[in-house]
Design a protein. Structure first.
Lengths: 192, 132
């Protein structure tokens, strides 16, 4: 019987952090502290670990993008840089074209400030983004499958909770979830 | 006139009596009133009768699982805060939790202090539906 390859899947919540310095860690900070501790505890073969990140386009500048986001305070990308320092490799994950479409949708939503306008824009975003998310997930799935299946590598996938890439991957991989806590009530909305 | 503040009520739903006992011993001294249900059906019933401020819900229970239990609760109660505790988390149950307006999804094992901290954090946030 063919043994399935292992894949580590980390469901995450996206959150925009304020620029002001914080006195104590937020729930999102604690989520990332817990995820980091759990991943380090897995003792993965770092030189064979390939990191796939929600929102990171295939662009040839993946590490620079992660460094810029880490510098701007992203706990997600700060963790990725730590793992890269251990020997893991960061991979371009998403289609640039699909991501730009997602950003356009999100910009329309974020520019609406009044309650009624925002609610209507949110409904529109959800409807359009749902179809786009399916396409993004399809791209990510093929990206991971084509790179990993023929080689002795371990994919480590950081993906927003509303993605369904796991449903595509579970046919080819034995998925192990890394979950610490997901503080839904601490985020205003769950974006794709 | 009684000036004592009303204690917040927490309903713990778990099929393991040991976990329910732990909740009582842990949260009682933190000034919460803890109600316990040993299964989903009893949990739905107690939620209707007691109108708790927060539910701590195990995902894996025989007969009626945690997500089914919460779906039934949400038919009549959109507002109660819910913290899910699970030793077997996966993406499906996380998506269900997001759809059912869960406040926190917490993986076992957890430190006692962590659970107290999470519950306190949940009470600090206003009740409202998460948009997803």
């Amino acid at each position: 019987m063919l043994e399935l390859k292992k894949l580590v899947y980390v469901p995450i919540l996206h959150a925009r952090e304020g620029a002001a310095p914080k006195k104590e860690p937020s729930a999102i900070d604690e989520m990332w502290d817990g995820i980091a501790a759990k991943i380090m505890g897995l003792a993965l073969p770092w030189d064979k670990t390939r990191i796939y990140q929600d929102g990171l386009p295939v662009c040839g500048e993946e590490l620079k993008v992660a460094e810029r986001l880490a510098e701007s305070g992203s706990r997600n990308h700060q963790l990725i840089l730590k793992l890269v320092a251990q020997g893991a490799q960061l991979e371009g994950t998403e289609s640039m074209e699909l991501l730009l479409r997602e950003h356009d949708l999100l910009n329309v939503l974020l520019m609406k400030h009044s309650g009624a306008e925002r609610a209507a824009a949110m409904a529109q975003y959800q409807a359009k983004s749902r179809d786009l998310l399916k396409m993004r997930d399809g791209f990510i799935f093929h990206r991971i499958k084509s790179a990993i299946l023929q080689q002795d590598l371990v994919p480590l996938v950081f993906m927003g909770v509303m993605h369904r890439v796991d449903k595509l991957l579970e046919k080819d991989f034995l998925i192990s979830h890394v979950i610490y806590r997901l503080p839904f009530s601490s985020v205003e909305a769950i974006y794709n | 006139m009684n000036d004592q503040p009303l204690l917040r009520k927490i309903l713990a739903i778990d099929d393991e009596p040991g976990i329910l006992e732990l909740m009582k011993n842990l949260l009682g001294p933190e000034s919460y009133t803890v109600l316990c249900a040993t299964g989903g059906a009893e949990g739905v019933r107690l939620n209707t009768l007691e109108n708790p401020d927060l539910i701590i819900l195990d995902l894996r229970m025989p007969v009626m699982g945690g997500i089914d239990t919460l779906r039934r609760i949400r038919k009549t109660d959109r507002d109660v805060r819910v913290v899910i505790l699970t030793g077997y988390g996966d993406s499906d149950s996380i998506r269900d939790a997001a759809d059912l307006n869960v406040s926190e999804y917490l993986s076992k094992p957890f430190e006692n202090s962590q659970l107290i901290h999470v519950i306190s954090n949940v009470f600090e946030n206003p009740i409202g539906e998460i948009k997803c």
